[in-house]
Design a protein around this ligand. Sequence first.
Ligand SMILES: [Zn+2]
Length: 662
Amino acid sequence: MPEKVDLLLTGGAVVTMNAAYDLYENGAVAVQGDSIVAVGPADEVAAAYDAAEVVDCTGQVIMPGLVNAHTHVPMTLLRGLNDDLRLDVWLGYLMPLEREFVTPAFVKLGTRIACAEMIRSGITSFADMYYFEEAIAEETAVIGMRALLGQTILIFPAPDAPTYEDGLILCRRFIEKWNGHELIQPAVSPHAWYTATPELLRACADLARAFDVPLHTHIAETRFEVDSCREQHNMPTIPWNAKNGVLDTKLLAAHCVHLDRGEMYDLEKAGAGVAHCPTSNLKLASGIAAVGQMLEMNLNVGVGTDGPASNNDLDMFEEVRLAALLAKTQSNDPTVLPARQALELATIRGAKAMHMDDVTGSLEVGKRADIAVVDMDGVHNQPHFNNHADAVYSRLVYAAKSTDVAHVMCNGRWLMRDRDLLTVDEAQAKADAAQVAEEIDAFVLERESSPYNKLVLLSGVQRQESFEIQVKVPIADDASVLAAIDGDQLEIVKRSHYKQYDQYFMFDRHDPDAARLRYREDEFVNDAGEVFQARSRLTLIGEEERQAFPNAVMLSRSRFLAEADRTLRFYREYFDPMAEVEVHKDRRRWRVLYQGTDFAINLDDVTRPQMDGYFLEIKSRTWSRTDAERKAELMTELLELLGVDPETAVTEDYAGLAFAAM
Ligand SMILES: [Zn+2]
């Protein structure tokens, strides 16, 4: 008497991806409830089971649903927004935008779009990391996909957590609520060690261990990241993560592009998973992970699309093919990562990397029914050779396309039949996404409208509210000025000596008063001429009215300061100036009191571009315009005291002088 089951998929080639790589050329899979109850030759399974629904899969492949081991699903809504940028600049653009737009509704819509795309690509499980992971979980569960969802925690203010302590609380609540759900596996996601403090990494690891949930993070994505880890912590990225407890968790490490053999060994020993993201690594020029070596060590490597802002799609067929091709080139050996093993990465090994292989990743009795059925009759996949059994892997990895996927089931529930999505209203989701894109477009246009807006969005700025009054005079020789400074009419409050390296970004070639951004590095020099301290600052100058007092004393407002914690190269690519001017100078500076009023005197030797003699500058600040006028008069007196003719003052600043000299 045949046993009753809900569903029988029969007549297709069954690719099980079990430990023995069993294949059934004319096979069948029986499903009862959410689970697989039989896998085998079609006639045997048909004889043993009486199914309520029978799907004829003749000419098709019945395979495990694909596993996307690393992504950021809501970023579908940012797809194509910032392409062709370096990772740090790309993040520089993205993070402020995310703070502005990312809400629970945003991530739900992004998840919906991503799930629709992933189901069409035969994916049934994915590993995510983003903000408002709770909303992502709700949406994913409604749509019916399986997912490892990591609540992101980082030191910067996030859209869902102003501080990382808030992020940790959010993450704990998320885990408490979702742990044990049939589809959703909650996880802890410190974004990366470089956006975390050691305390934060440790707290994340402790949280993951306390609940026995995976920890999903980015590790060793770029050479730059690894170099900075060595610089800051005297060790590469895996030992640093290990030192902070990360390897004591069920770790899923995304990227792992720049690891040495010892680090790979440590990951393997820790039972960690690696999410290899070939397209993202190529697009951001991060490098090519040594997947061949990792597999030699039997490391659990999965394949991930990464977020659609750096891919730009969620097509696992494309991703697994690229993984196979790259592994060969990376190791100079075409036998590395053959088709069957490549498919393993996208199925059972990916599930192992996500620590979810007990429920998904292969077609085996007792596992959940996560299944994709793929057409094999497309002209791009003809003809078929049958002289060796493994040909089906070659067809799937090297020729099949995501558009060949006909049916998808997850947890025993149909998500797609004959290419019709059953749990997502695709048309509505597309229309909603178009609406969001319109809003983001408006935001970006506003940001691009001025360097000020770009600066504010990047780092926030401190406005220097005071009026700045200054005068600048070229002088041939510094001896008489030095003598006068040491005279008894001035009280010296402080002296300093530094080398100043200024890079001015100009945004309008023709208007000298237009806004310019100055990136300044100060190197403080001691009496022995040695540099003992350095700092970098950004100053946005202008878009203001400058007013000239008599004798070329200038009054200016609207200076905005920001700490420059990124490289000059970053700012160049982010602000994209029309022209640049470089000014280097040796500056001796005195803070003095003259008639009870505070002034700064600079004696500058401009070394780039080479300028003859010196420049004497006197500066002061105030909150009041009347006071500014009073100080302007005092400055003229001070010039005379220093033996300099006020009539010879110049109105241009160094950028203007250097620009004219170019
Ligand atoms: Zn990522």
